[in-house]
Design a binder for this molecule. Structure first.
Ligand code: NAD
Length: 285
């Protein structure tokens, strides 16, 4: 088993964030409100929404669930988003993905007002991130990944980070985020040639490709920091990440586990974004 002092404990770091949010929210007369829109009956989405709802309740935040059947139209959803944008009691709005394919996800995400886009998926916030604006709402998973890397006290400037995965919600925003920290970035994807050799150069490795145990121990140099975003079922049926965690046992690396790494941080960062949106909307410094 990996030496426990080398494990980056996402569960503990997330819990610290949530405890701090709970303390700050308890001083407020009105609770922050997060609206969560979901469509259809995707089982994984149901679990994610339940986790967000529970974490919000634990810290005294209201989570308003708006669930729609599979036949809901884009027009109907746009009307709901419009009303939530105007509702001054709603501080954050998220649209749980994936959406059924008759709905245009980009169009719906774009309709969420930027200051309430606590997922940070809209074009305004992605653009603000690109230009390193402090006004950007940073997507929860990349924000959590950066927080986990920083928890190791590694000096980021000049480090080579290899990110495996280029999705709009993880890989791409994370590349901007780490670039803004003066890292040198390589973004790898399914068409990348010679991935092991690229990863071997990395000081920081973030795996976000959804391929069980893709990153092998002999791809990783000593002293590397590894963050595993992936959530997969291994061939043994157990939950595992994109990195071969067990194979890195005893190695001189720091690594997040799955579960207990990025997952809890994603929820904590979403609620932190909602709290920050609430403060901005109420002019609380
Ligand atoms: P995605 O399917 O949108 O993107 C996957 C990316 O990985 C693509 O860019 C693809 O080109 C790349 N890829 C696929 N196979 C590859 C390979 N063999 N080599 C190199 N690159 C490869 O996925 P996503 O939404 O970014 O999610 C990635 C993983 O992270 C999934 O397992 C997902 O469940 C997980 N995830 C976890 C959290 C969390 O909170 N823990 C949040 C978001 C996503």
């Amino acid at each position: 088993m990996t030496n426990s002092c080398n494990i980056i404990d996402g569960k503990k770091i997330a819990q610290d964030v949530l405890s701090s949010l709970k303390r700050q929210i308890s001083d407020m007369a009105a609770k922050p409100v997060l609206a969560v829109m979901s469509v259809g009956d995707d089982e994984a989405s149901r679990i994610y929404v339940r986790n967000k709802e529970k974490a919000a309740a634990d810290i005294g935040m209201e989570c308003r669930l708006l669930h729609f059947g599979n036949t809901v139209t884009e027009k109907e959803l746009l009307e709901v988003i419009g009303a939530l944008n105007e509702d001054e009691n709603v501080n954050g709005i998220i649209i749980q993905q994936p959406l059924p394919c008759h709905l245009n996800t980009a169009c719906l995400v774009e309709a969420v007002r930027a200051c309430k886009d606590v997922d940070g998926f809209g074009p305004v916030n992605l653009g603000l991130l690109q230009v390193n604006s402090p006004e950007a709402v940073i997507a929860a998973t990349p924000k959590g990944v950066l927080r986990l890397i920083k928890s190791t006290q590694v000096k980021l400037a000049g480090k080579h980070a290899v990110i495996i995965g280029r999705s709009n919600i993880v890989g791409k925003p994370l590349a901007s985020l780490l670039l803004n920290q003066d890292c040198t970035i390589t973004v790898a994807h399914s068409k990348t040639v010679g991935l092991p050799a690229l990863v071997r150069q990395a000081d920081i490795i973030v795996a976000a490709c959804g391929c069980a145990k893709l990153v092998k121990s002999d791809w990783v140099k000593d002293g590397a920091v590894l963050v595993d975003v992936g959530i997969n079922r291994g061939s043994d049926g157990r939950l595992c990440g994109d990195i071969d965690f067990e194979a890195l046992a005893g190695r001189n690396v720091r690594i997040t586990p799955v579960p207990g790494g990025v997952g809890p941080m994603t929820v904590a960062m979403l609620l932190e974004n909602t709290w920050q949106a609430y403060k901005k909307q109420k002019n609380i410094l």
